[in-house]
Design a protein around this ligand. Sequence first.
Ligand code: ADP
Ligand code: NI
Length: 220
Amino acid sequence: MKDSEIVVETIAFVKETLKEAEGGHDWFHIQRVYSNAEQIARGEDVDLLVVSLGALLHDIADAKFHNGDESVGPRIAKRFLDSLGVGQDVIAHVVHIINNISFKNSLSNNGQPKFDSKELQIVQDADRLDAMGAIGIARAFNYGGFKNREMYNPDIAPNLNLTKEEYKTSKAPTINHFYEKLLLLKDQMNTPTGKKMAEERHAYMLGFLKQFYKEWNGQS
Ligand code: ADP
Ligand code: NI
């Protein structure tokens, strides 16, 4: 099978698999991440098939809906790629990307995850970009609403030292999430193109927060 055919088949598979997915990780999230990844990859000397498949399959099974089992996604991806006859080295690389991309893992107590491929760095940047800017703001409040959290509470300060466990179970207002994660993403970008794309989105979030407080305090 040609690379382009593998990608076409994978798109169809992901669309079908994510039909019932929640808003933050639906097909449109994948489509945006895939498009970001393609843009970033343009400036890099990388295996484009691995980047495409990594982007398309990175959220194929959200551990949140599988009792926290993070092995489900990689397993589904591997089974699917095997069925297409994709080479084992490509499959291993894609599985590696799925296993290492998550924010949650990058928030682990021991600091940064270890990167060991350019392809992983690109897909991770592409995914992080979708948590920033206007889309990132929309996703954050969508998530907060789903979790029945307050938008903002001036009496609850952001906590920059949350452990992975506390982060997952936190009941903090959604605005805190900007300080605990979203505003930190800009400096965590791996690639030059990713960094550049992050700047506008970062600035947009700062502008949003400024306006939010202005309106909150009746000053606009
Ligand atoms: P991923 O699946 O990419 O590792 P998450 O599941 O942590 O990421 O987040 C998915 C989306 O939900 C992101 O846009 C993220 O900002 C948002 N989100 C995650 N946790 C929170 C939170 N505590 N408050 C608001 N938004 C959140
Ligand atoms: Ni994602």
